[in-house]
Design a binder for this molecule. Structure first.
Ligand SMILES: NCCCC[C@H](NC(=O)[C@@H](N)CCCCN)C(=O)O
Length: 467
């Protein structure tokens, strides 16, 4: 009789240890992604940025991923070189991007930027610092997304056939810790140091620690490789261009991917403006405002594993995505109503958004692993992230331009960090309606996905593990 040898993967301690190691770096990366969001007013006042400049800088995250197809290359690198190499490479890229962003925001770049092509002004003039900071953010974005797909593949590799959705949920949750910290630590940090770029410096240090932690993961993962080889487990197939075509033929994959770009376009870009929304619409003091949007990732951090676990044990993946998208629309529509501007409403809506932000990701990412074979998963996640990056890039810019064009209600002069600053005031109704519209479309694609699952029998509504 053939004896099946236990591997490191079969040890609960080893599996969860791997999850902690991979997730720590994720937390650092997410911190850096959103650490400038609470400083929107300060960036605009200190660096003479408009809302469009802020939106332009924020959109930087997706520039290279989208236009240079970096995410597609990242997927190829991942499937060809594996998670260890890709992980280390991606952290290195994040460090370079973060360093450029730090340099630009700390006041080394002055003046205006105009892009003229044959006498035609391609973009309206912007503060140079926003362009250089955006460039750094674009490099960082390449590393961050590359790390995201590598981390996903690592988690799936270690947890396949076990607590996969729960593990993916917990991995996503640690990212949320980073986002939550990014909501309420930057303002005190800036007050303490008097330096608007201090949060980026902190993130740089955290990322260096993340690199060391990830190296520990590579040691364990190499050991698993060896055990798998000894046990005759086939190595992952290498990347083939044909994979893209094959994945592209899967209708359910496109429904999930479109749902992904729409849903995330209504959440991550919202986070970038949420602190300012709290200050300007709900009249919450600047020093406290970050704590309210922090409830969103904080709620998601607790609930994503709960919904991941529910999906593992009870199934109902497509249904969870439909309910999450409906919740998203309701929240943004309520945010858009100008008269709903009291403090408890702000808290209630952010908590509801946190629930939606737990449901959809907890069911969506493991669902991709259910409809696409493991050997093509790196490529599949990369393709989904690529489409999603159009939203992460375009929507913050769109919101910034809409704010400047249609939503300015006046200016006020107030004391910020001991200095008198002129602060532009906005009415956030139109941006919230734009977010609600994305959510509305997301519901449609979640329904299509459920119908396709019923037709093709992917098992999205069935449990991942038998109790
Ligand atoms: N293991 C979880 C899979 C993906 C998590 C997902 N991340 C993304 O979608 C990234 N492409 C975007 C990250 C933006 C960083 N703030 C998530 O839900 O965070």
């Amino acid at each position: 009789m053939n004896e099946i040898k236990a591997t490191l993967r079969d040890s609960k301690t080893a599996r969860w240890m791997v999850l902690i190691l991979v997730s720590f770096t994720m937390m650092c990366a997410y911190y850096l992604t959103d650490a400038m969001a609470p400083l929107q007013e300060r960036l605009q006042a200190n660096l003479s940025w408009s809302a469009s400049d802020y939106g332009f800088f924020t959109s930087g995250y997706g520039w290279f991923n989208v236009f240079l197809l970096m995410l597609v290359f990242s997927g190829m690198i991942l499937d060809k070189m594996g998670v260890r190499f890709t992980g280390i490479l991606s952290i290195g890229i994040m460090l370079i991007g973060a360093a450029i962003k730090y340099w630009a925001i700390s006041g080394h770049v002055q003046g205006m930027f105009e892009l003229n092509i044959l006498g035609w002004q391609a973009i309206s003039s912007s503060a140079k610092s926003s362009v250089v900071a955006g460039f750094g953010f674009a490099i960082f974005g390449v590393g961050c997304e590359m790390f995201g797909i590598a981390a996903n593949k690592a988690v799936v590799r270690w947890f396949r056939g076990k607590e996969m959705a729960l593990a993916i949920g917990l991995n996503t949750s640690t990212g949320r810790i980073g986002t939550a910290l990014a909501m309420f630590t930057p303002i005190p940090l800036v007050r303490m140091t008097g330096d608007i770029s201090a949060p980026v410096l902190l993130a740089l240090v955290l990322l260096c620690i993340g690199m060391l932690v990830f190296i520990l993961f590579t040691v364990m993962d190499r050991k698993l490789d060896k055990e798998d080889a000894d046990a005759g487990v086939a190595a992952d197939e290498e990347f083939k261009f044909a994979d893209i075509l094959e994945i592209g033929k899967n209708r359910a994959f496109w429904y999930i991917t479109t749902l992904c770009v729409l849903f995330y376009s209504a959440v991550f870009p919202f986070i970038k403006y949420a602190v300012n929304l709290m200050v300007q619409k709900f009249d919450i003091s600047d020093s406290f405002a970050g704590y309210i949007p922090a409830l969103l990732p904080f709620g998601a951090l607790l609930l994503t594993p709960v919904f991941g676990n529910l999906f593992d044990k009870k199934g109902k993946g497509a249904t969870i995505m439909i309910i999450g998208s409906i919740l998203l629309v309701c929240v943004h529509l309520l945010f858009s109503i100008p008269s709903l501007n009291s403090f408890p409403i702000a808290i209630g809506l952010v908590i509801l958004l946190g629930i939606a932000f737990s449901m959809v990701p907890a069911a969506m990412w493991p669902s991709i692993a259910k409809i696409i074979p493991h050997s093509k998963l790196g490529t599949a996640y990369a393709m989904t992230f690529w489409v999603q990056n159009w939203g992460l890039m375009g929507v913050p810019l769109l919101i910034g331009v809409v704010l400047d064009k249609y939503c300015i209600t006046g200016t006020i002069t107030k004391l910020v960090d001991g200095k008198e600053q002129v602060i532009t005031q906005y009415n956030y109704m139109i941006p919230m309606l734009i977010f609600a519209f994305f959510g509305f479309l997301a519901i449609g694609f979640a329904l299509l996905l459920k119908a396709e699952d019923r037709k093709k029998g992917y098992g999205l509504e069935r449990p991942n593990i038998k109790e």
